[in-house]
Structures are given as structure tokens and as C-alpha cells.
Design a protein around this ligand. Sequence first.
Ligand code: C5P
Length: 219
Amino acid sequence: MSVIAIDGPSGVGKSSTSQEVARRLGYGYLDTGAMYRAMAWLCLNRGVSDPGDVVELIRGADLEITTDPDDFRVEVDGMDITDDIREARVSENVQTVSAVQDARDELIERQREIIGDTTPGIVVEGRDITTVVAPDAPVRILMTAEESVRIARRSTELHGTADAAAVDATRKLVVDRDAKDSTTTDFLTAADGVHTLDTTDVGFEQAVAAVLGLVEDTT
Ligand code: C5P
């Protein structure tokens, strides 16, 4: 069973790269950020924000996430919330979940179960995959890119453009979320044995090729 662990900040291109690498290798794909988002969506829906209540809610939650890179879906209580978890209100409140260690531990356990159940391999992406969730993965990569590039990429995703107004509207979202996230997980420096893939001047196809190259080197 082969695990490819990929971490990085927002807008670095982790999801699209990981999904495509999984497709090319015939592997599963796990977007751990989607699990945090799904639980944040549930907390918002139930009006829950107290850390103790958040953990309780997550422990009892019926969370389903697919690992098929061609059929990505997230469900809570049987309801498809794949699109809902991308809403701005979820992005802005996701730390209600991700900043609570007991909530993280619960999701990390589920992530490890999914990893163990997926054959012949899985590409897992997030913030703490190379260090906490799968530190023994044979391939571990930290994707980085200059902040201005990440903001422009996220702006294009959210607004369909990276013009000055859209970039301005996106800057605060990206910078604030990364600043808060970096207080719980260190996804800005590569741990020992983790390869750094700087995508500042690297397009999508090149990033995919670079990851596949690292996989080839280790098998
Ligand atoms: O990757 P994405 O931007 O969808 O992640 C949403 C949020 O989930 C992050 O901002 C972070 O707070 C949290 N997260 C995390 N650990 C992970 C993946 C995501 O704390 N492994």
C-alpha cells in the first residue's frame, strides 16, 4: 500500500495536483481539508462553536467522503454537501474545527482508517499529512509558492479573474486563513525527509510531472 502525502498552504495547487496524480496512478485521493470543511459546515448549521460541543458533534457525525478522484463527494447525515463546503462562510469558520486539538485527533483517526482501507495506494493532501497523519509515507511533499502567486491562483478560482479588485478581495482571505492555520500546523517548512516542490514558476502539468517523478524515484 503506497501513500503519497502532500501538504501546503492555500492556493498552492495541492488539490488539483493531488487529484491528477491519483488519476494517473490509479490511486485513491483524499482531500483532508474537505473533512475539516464538512465538520465546520455541520457546526455552522447546528449553531455550535464551543470547543467541547464541536468535539462532541464531530465524534457523533455521520461523515462520508469518497476517495475516487473522478467522483469526489462529501456527505454529512446522507446529505451531499460537496458544493456547500466551498462557501466563504465555511472557509471563514473552518478553524472552529481545525484549531481544536481533540477535533483534529478525531479527524486524523478517520483519515488513517481511510488510508488503510484504500488500495492500491492513495494521494492524501492537507496541512499535517507529511508530519502527523502519514509521517511514514514513502513519498512526502511540501508544495510552496510565493504568496502573491497563491493569492492570484485563489482569486482566479473564486472570481474567475486575477485583476486588481479580485486579488484585493482574495488577499485578506488567504493571508488570514494561513496565519491562523500556521498556529496549529506547520505547513510552511518542510520536515526532515520531506521534498519541497516550489510551484511559483511551475504550471499544473509540470507540478504533476514533478510529483510523478518523485514517486518513480522511490519505487
Ligand atoms: O485545504 P483546504 O483549504 O480546503 O482546508 C480547509 C481548512 O482545513 C484549512 O484552512 C485548515 O484550517 C484545515 N485543515 C487542517 N489540516 C488539514 C487540512 C485542512 O487543519 N490536514
